[in-house]
Design a protein around this ligand. Structure first.
Ligand SMILES: [Zn+2]
Length: 67
């Protein structure tokens, strides 16, 4: 009687929904990839906006204090 060890196929966990899947990439399906990509883009846009606001406030403060 041969003892075959149970082979667990190499799998990844989807970055979007956390579901295990077999294959390449970071996402289980194209939908998750697109959704997470859109969310990441939104996050970056919000971050850029935050930086812009910080800059505007800093420049405004310099102008107000400087005058
Ligand atoms: Zn997924």
């Amino acid at each position: 009687m041969e003892d075959h060890p149970v082979k667990i196929p190499q799998h990844r966990h989807c970055r979007k929904c956390g579901r295990a899947f077999v294959g390449e990439g970071d996402y289980c399906c194209e939908e998750c990839k697109q959704q997470d990509g859109a969310a990441a883009k939104k996050k970056i846009r919000r971050y850029m906006l935050f930086i812009a606001v910080v800059w505007i406030v800093t420049i405004a403060a310099v102008i107000i204090i400087g005058v």
